[in-house]
Design a protein around this ligand. Sequence first.
Ligand code: NAI
Length: 285
Amino acid sequence: MEFKAIGVLGAGTMGAGIAQVCAEAGFKVVLVDIAPEFVDKAVKGMNKNWSKAVEKGKMAADQAEKLNALVTTSTDNAAFKDCDIVIEAIVENIDIKKKVFKQLGEICGPDAILASNTSALSITEIAAATNRPNKVVGMHFFNPVPVMKLIEVIPGAETTDDVVEAVMDLSRKIGKEPVRAKESPGFIVNRILVPYINEAAIVYQEGIASAEEIDKAMKLGANMPMGPLALCDLVGIDVVLAICEYYWREFGDSKYRPSLAFRQKVRAGHLGMKTGKGFYDYTKK
Ligand code: NAI
């Protein structure tokens, strides 16, 4: 399977990063969102990153221009017509994703692969809504995409091995390291990371140590680059709470019961960095 043109649907945090790394690897990129301001913002962001690389002497000025020329934008999914793969990074809502994937199947050529960057939704369920469940796959990037090396590749129930292999190969071509994971809530990274953050919040809630002490302990004692509660503030306490609740529901195992500290902070509107307060107070800095 050869990839020449890559479609990216959704030009938000993840889509913009995915489009950037695909262009940097030399692929033609078609970036689509629902309104021109979203794609414009993403393209501006990419160009800003490339200009910075030029300023730092890490990229030639003409290279930045070449990369910019590789990216075309649209607000119409019909622009994906000639893409070999479309990577979807729109809102995390199963009904919207199913509707969009059905439409992508009708637009794209019969050999095109349809990939989803979903963090948690079922690839099998998304695939079942299309005319090609054997060619639908999870391609889970990490934030920020240009920095984070990992991609989790998740086959659905009917995804063929050659499609999985092709997506793993593409992942390497765009400078990432793929790992294959079975479809299961949280795949690998978030399945392990979220209960770890939850346990830190339980330790905090039990008054065993302050947020600063917990984070310091995990950084100096376990060599974590960032403490779990600072990480929780960065991701968003509401997001972490929702994931814990989802695991609890899906697995029916009380080991995923969310810390009361999450609920209390969410009720207070303290969602982390995005609201100025979470486990830490960012308004004072
Ligand atoms: P975001 O909110 O930053 O961007 C989503 C974009 O999709 C928006 O620009 C929105 O206008 C667009 N959009 C929504 N519905 C659309 C439609 N029907 N057609 C075209 N565009 C549409 O969201 P973000 O954070 O980039 O997340 C996107 C996906 O990636 C979600 O499935 C999320 O779970 C997943 N993800 C997010 C990570 C993160 O750290 N933010 C990490 C890994 C995966």
